[in-house]
Design a protein around this ligand. Sequence first.
Ligand code: DAH
Length: 339
Amino acid sequence: MKEQLLATKEKAKEALAGAGSLAELEDIRIALLGKKGELTAVLRGMGALSAEERPVIGQLANEVRSFIEGGIEEKKASLASAAREAKLKEERLDVTMKGRMPVLGKKHPLNIVLDEVKDIFVGMGFSIAEGPEVEYDYYNFEALNIPKDHPARDTQDTFYINDNVVLRSQTSSVQIRVMENQKPPIRVIAPGRVYRSDAVDATHSPVFHQIEGLVVDKGITMGDLKGTLETFMKTLYGNDAVLRFRPHHFPFTEPSAEVDVSCFVCGGKGCRVCKGEGFIELLGAGMVHPKVLERCGIDTSVYSGFAFGLGLERIVMRRMNIDDMRLLYENDLRFLNQF
Ligand code: DAH
C-alpha cells in the first residue's frame, strides 16, 4: 500500500507538471481525489491493515492528499498569472510606434483665389453681399433692363423653374437686391454661383462663379471705376499689369466696357496664352444705367454708380495656368493637391 501511495504521488507530480489549463487540473483532481479516484480507492482498503500499519499508512495517505491539493492550488495560481501575462502582452501599447497621419483637407483653388479677391476689395472698403441662386426673373433680367423679348437674354439662356423663376445666370441680380435694401453710399462685392444652359467643354460649364461689384454714391464717375479696377488688378497680378478698356454693351450699364489685363505671361508682346493678343479679357463693367438706379428708388440727380462682373474660373485658370475648366469640378485629388 505504501508503494501504491508513493506511485500515486509520483503520478500526481507528473500530471500536474504537464497540466496546461484549469480544465485539465480539474480532471487530475477528479482522477486522484474524486469519489472514484485513486487515493480514495487506496484509503478504502485501509480496513484490511493491521493496527500498527494503519496510522503509518494513514499519515502517508494524508501527506499524499495534501501534496496533491497543494500542487493543484499552486498550479492554478501559476496558470492564472501566465494567463494574465499573456493578456498584458497582447494588450501592450507601443507608444513609440508611428501613428497614421489623418488626411488633411485644403482649400480648393477656386476658394484660394476667391479669398484673395475678397481680401483686396474688403481692403478698399467693400463689404460682401449675397443673393439667392434660385432667383426671380425680375432680379436676374427685368430690373437689369433686360425685358422678356430682349436679345441679351439669348446669351444668358438659363434653367427655368417656371416663367418667373430661374437659376440666376449672373450675379448682377444681387445689385438689385442690395439697392432695394440699402441706401447709398453702397460699396459691395457679391461672389456666387451662376447657371447657364451651356454644354460642358474646356472653357464652359453650366455652373460657374462670378464676382459682382457695385458702388453707388454721390459723384461716382468712370474714373472711380478705372481706379478701383486698376488697384484690384495690380494687387492680384502685380504692379506691371496694364488695363485696357474696350467699349461694349450691357443693358444695365451705360457706358459699358469690357476690361482686359495685359498678359501676365508675355507682358503684352503676344504669346500662346493670350493667343497673340497681348491682353486677356477679364470682366464686364460700366456706369450703372439710370433706369436701373431709378427702378430701385435711387435719385439719379444726386447719385451715380459703377458696376462690374468677373468670372472667377477665368481668373483662377489664368492665375494657375489651368487649361481645362473641368479640372476645377472633378475633385481629382492628384490635381487639387498641387495648390
Ligand atoms: N453680368 C454680366 C455677364 O454675366 C457681367 C457684367 C457686365 C456685370 C457689366 C456687370 C457689369 O456688373 O457692369 O455677362
